[in-house]
Design a protein around this ligand. Sequence first.
Ligand code: DHB
Ligand code: FE
Length: 280
Amino acid sequence: MAKIIGAIGSSHIPAVGMAIAKQLQQEPYWKSFFDGHQPLWNWLNTNKPDVAIVFYNDHGLEFFLDKKPTFSIGAAEQYISYDEGWGLATIAPIQGDPDLSWHICNSLVEDEFDISICQELGVDHGLTVPMQLMFPGDPNYAGIKVIPVVINCELHPMPSLKRCYNLGQAIARAVESYDKDLKVVVLGTGGLSHQLDGQAAGRINKKFDLMLLDYLVKDPEYLFKYSIRDMIEAAGAQAVEFNMWMGMRGALPGKVEQLHLNYSVPISNTGAGTMLLSNT
Ligand code: DHB
Ligand code: FE
């Protein structure tokens, strides 16, 4: 049976992709952020997951303002990356697992979660930067296969924190009913404090970020009380990207332990969290 063995929360900031391209990892601005990934690399190397389910948001590459599914899932053989405007280099194609994708999609719809199923899906920095962070310098990404799960956080109305958590739980039920022996890791990318435009651009609410991360581990359902509006007022218009972390946490069954947390602030315009959770 397939088994979810751990979860990772990560950044997807385009400037991180730029720093990787220019090899700035040990520069003072970037050092603590990149060094904060060492425990993740160790864990991935030891546990060697076969599949990564990646909750991310598409920043207008595939789903622009004219078509905006709330939840979509990739079911392709592979995913090609494109730069949707940040000047980022593309990365090597990412391998999919269509059989597992279809199993998850069938299970979700049966479970009353209606999702858009994408047999082709170009991927932007929301997915590519985390792949570069998890598998630095490896165009094969340690052979891992990826199931992209895209959550709308660009165009209102956006799904609630509770809805994203419940989606994660439904995905976990699907994975656990899959009959192949696979080790699965779940990733949530984006956030945390985050305002890219307007007068409040660059505003960071560290206290709020740390509260979110704390409750995410110990009592995620406590966070259901925060509406999308509350998130925006507390930590910026793009702080809604925290929903990727809610999906990730919902998908991690069992008794959860935090193995690692790094919070670097500011990284570009955000509070950047890096988290490793285990349930084994
Ligand atoms: C930044 C962060 C993001 O999540 C994003 O999608 C684009 C830009 C930033 O902090 O610069
Ligand atoms: Fe983003």
